[in-house]
Design a binder for this molecule. Structure first.
Ligand code: HOC
Length: 363
């Protein structure tokens, strides 16, 4: 591990030195003017904790239950594409690190390592967290079913359907660096899937007259439920109306996310919509990602009603800095910080974390 990495921000700064401009722009960048990218982080910081003192700490731990499984702590790795751009071990390293740290791992559909390679490597690891596969539904149903069946056969335990990126956001930074994948990195499960472009007349829209003709809708989630026994979480929800639809459809979980500020710029920070989604989500577990860099951020997310959180960029920086060891280090740092934040806030267990931990000005 490189010297002097004491927190997630250190990992970020170190990773910038190690990654080339194209990879840095792709992984660290956000959409357009990057307002949401920055606001995600700021919104956690702006919340104030309101601790209690002298509370009993015996029997303290960070365990929780999620979709019928016990997790050692509430930090999961979010789906991130093309990880072999960052380190030759790519997603395999991240999955190993997650397993070693008891963290849930969500594999991107745009993985640069096959889902089978990863499952075979980590499936039997004692103490590993849940292993889920992220999906987009804007492909032929036959292709999606095939992915789902492969995931089931390989031992994946949940599906995460991303719904906030029917098209990529406006990525100025990527465009400036002329983003293209290195020759030896690709989305290994998506070969042949990117070529449905139809010839367009002048004046036609590449989006509305082509790409979005296959854009998925709520009925596609109903259909997905009918072809799998795996639990389905919907990722990319910012509006309570969509949370209610997820409940009505019988989905199994909601991930409050704005795709790390990478899709639509100027949408709210996830910290600022989390509580209202939790209210609308009835009994469903609500997870959240976006801008989480400190144990205090994790604690605040749980206080606002999240069951667990996901991190994306921070572990990619850990991967860039030291492969699996770097990812494991990022997870351990964040978990240690969470434990300190819990202890200093007077909560010994996850179920003692309530909205009262968030300071509210009475003036
Ligand atoms: C089909 C459009 O998750 C990223 C990826 C891809 C998002 C756009 C997908 O770069 O954030």
């Amino acid at each position: 591990l490189p010297h002097g990495l004491t927190n997630l921000e250190d990992h970020e700064q170190q990773a910038q030195k190690r990654l080339d401009d194209v990879a840095w722009a792709y992984f660290s960048g956000g959409a357009a003017d990057e307002h949401t990218l920055h606001h995600n982080r700021q919104a956690w910081t702006d919340l104030r904790l309101h601790p209690r003192v002298l509370r009993p700490m015996t029997g303290g731990h960070t365990r929780l239950s999620l979709l019928g499984k016990t997790l050692a702590h509430p930090i999961l790795l979010a789906p991130v594409a093309y990880q072999r751009m960052v380190h030759t071990d790519g997603e395999l390293a991240s999955a190993y690190a997650a397993a070693a740290q008891g963290a849930g791992f969500v594999l991107s559909m745009q993985t640069s390592t096959t889902m089978q390679t990863i499952a075979q490597a980590v499936h039997a690891e004692p103490g590993r967290g849940p292993m889920w596969l992220q999906l987009y539904l804007h492909y032929d149903r036959g292709f999606v079913v095939d992915m789902v069946k492969q995931a089931e056969a390989a031992g994946y335990e949940g599906l995460v359907v991303t719904v906030d990126a029917s098209v990529s956001g406006v990525r100025d930074r990527e465009r400036r660096t002329g983003f293209r994948l290195p020759d030896d990195v690709s989305a290994v499960h998506l070969a042949g899937q990117y070529h449905r472009n139809r010839p367009l007349n002048a004046g036609q829209s590449a989006l509305f007259d082509d790409l979005l003709l296959a854009a998925p809708g709520w009925p596609d989630l109903v259909w997905l439920k009918s072809v799998t026994h795996l639990p389905i979480l919907i990722k990319g929800v910012l509006h309570e109306g969509d949370a209610r639809l997820a409940v009505e459809l019988g989905l199994d979980g909601i991930i409050v996310s704005n795709h790390g500020g990478r899709t639509l710029d100027t949408v709210p920070a996830t910290a600022n919509v989390l509580a209202r989604i939790v209210d609308a989500a009835d009994h469903l577990p609500v997870l959240v990602d976006g801008g989480i860099r400190r144990g205090t951020d994790v604690l605040k997310a749980l206080a606002l009603g999240a069951t667990a959180v996901l991190i994306g960029r921070p572990y990619i920086y850990g991967l860039a800095n030291a492969g699996a060891v770097g990812v494991a280090h990022v997870l351990r740092l964040l978990r240690d910080e969470l434990e300190v934040a819990m202890a200093l806030s007077g909560v010994a267990t996850i179920d003692q974390i309530t909205p009262e931990l968030i300071y509210r000005d009475q003036s």
